[in-house]
Design a protein around this ligand. Structure first.
Ligand SMILES: *Cc1c(COP(=O)(O)O)cnc(C)c1O
Length: 368
């Protein structure tokens, strides 16, 4: 007897499921630990939580939860247009920015076409590519970062999409603006470049992306932003894409009509307007990054300098160290699936969380 699974397309069978950070509740069940005693530094979440203004907006929005959301995200669209000086037609909203990545893949990829992305790049690029039946072309990284000349050389007449994460997760590497702009000017205009800027809010002024300003020049550019990181709304799922109206239009055709829920829309508006909260988050991250990288140095560990709210460090027997950290109630992220078996990624937390991570890690390493 055959099953529907036998007949599912081979590209679906070939997908390696995404491995999320372990939830606090799951570790609490597995280890019999109190949830309050666990610290999670595994999913690049905002340790400050969410803006109180966004929280209030969510409470208000709950009153109308029996109604369908606005399928066009009117208020949120208006807010993003004002904040980033773009036209309403240039925007696509998503159930998290992962949704934006998937909409791009669904709108532009099909069997027989190719998508180019870097080794060690965010895992979702491979997932959304494979789901369409297109071929993923992985370009070897250079010093853990994107090798743009090699990515350019990997573009063929089958290439429809190039994915770039800037900064990249899990390596934290950042491409220079001139380099990136030069790349865009050389990519054929028929190839969509998806620039995933999930961590842009964490960059200091000198490094902040100017790509939104490049949209006028490059009709084949899609910029992806998220409310999951510095804006502290990971659980609510909101992201958006900025592109030419033609690209946004195609993506909107494959979008589910109500993909961004009403509570998320309301919270996103309040979060985008609370610039002081984002600035506090950025400043906390900057201090925490210094704290953690100094601590790693003191433990004799090397790390990949990171521009995000996380850092990947090298440690022998990373899998065993990950398990021992778990036993001590500290959740970090293994990155073996990113071809980085000797590394673990830790998200920057509150001062006390960072201190506890370093202390527990030190104890594990000294016991050998
Ligand atoms: C965390 C992350 C995202 C955000 O995903 P959401 O679906 O918006 O939560 C996107 N891209 C990269 C590279 C990330 O690390």
């Amino acid at each position: 007897m055959s099953s529907p699974c036998d007949l599912a397309p081979s590209n679906i069978h070939a997908i390696a499921p995404y491995q999320p950070g372990k939830p606090i509740t799951e570790l609490a069940r597995e280890m019999g630990l109190a949830p309050e005693s666990i610290i999670k530094l595994a999913s690049n979440e905002n340790p400050l939580g969410v803006s109180p203004k966004a929280y209030e907006a969510m409470q208000d929005a709950l009153q109308d939860i029996a109604r369908y959301p606005d399928g066009n995200s009117f208020a949120l669209r208006d807010c993003v247009c004002r904040k980033f000086a773009v036209n309403p037609g240039q925007l696509v909203f998503g159930n998290g920015s992962n949704d934006i990545l998937e909409l791009a893949a669904r709108a532009f990829l099909a069997p027989g076409t190719e998508a180019v992305y870097s080794q060690h790049a965010f895992a979702v690029y491979a997932l959304v590519t494979q789901a369409t039946g297109a071929q993923g072309v992985v370009v070897p990284a250079r010093d853990f970062g994107h090798d743009l000349p090699a990515m350019l050389a990997a573009i063929t007449d089958k290439t429809r999409v190039v994915f770039i994460a800037n900064p990249n997760n899990p390596t934290g590497t950042l491409l220079g603006k001139a380099e990136l702009r030069d790349f865009l000017s050389k990519v054929p205009s028929s190839v969509l470049v998806v620039l995933d800027e999930a961590y842009d809010e964490y960059l200091s002024a000198e490094y902040k992306s100017e790509a939104i300003g490049w949209l006028a020049e490059f009709d084949n550019l899609l910029i992806s932003r998220t409310l999951s990181k510095a804006y502290g709304l990971a659980g609510l799922r909101v992201g958006f894409g900025l592109a030419s109206t033609a690209i946004a239009d195609l993506m909107n055709r494959v979008r589910q009509p109500f993909n961004v829920n009403s509570v998320a829309q309301a919270a996103a508006v309040a979060a985008l307007e609370d610039e002081a909260f984002v600035e506090r988050s950025r400043a906390l991250n900057q201090a925490g990054m210094v704290q953690i990288t100094r601590g790693l140095e003191q433990l004799g560990l090397s790390y990949i300098p990171s521009y995000g709210n996380f850092v990947s460090f090298k440690v022998s027997e990373a899998g065993a160290v990950y398990q021992k950290l778990l036993q001590n109630g500290v959740i970090v992220r293994p990155v073996a699936a990113y071809e980085m078996p000797d590394y673990l990624r830790v998200s920057i937390g509150l001062f006390e969380e960072n201190a506890r991570f370093l202390q527990v890690l030190g104890e594990i390493l000294n016991k050998g």
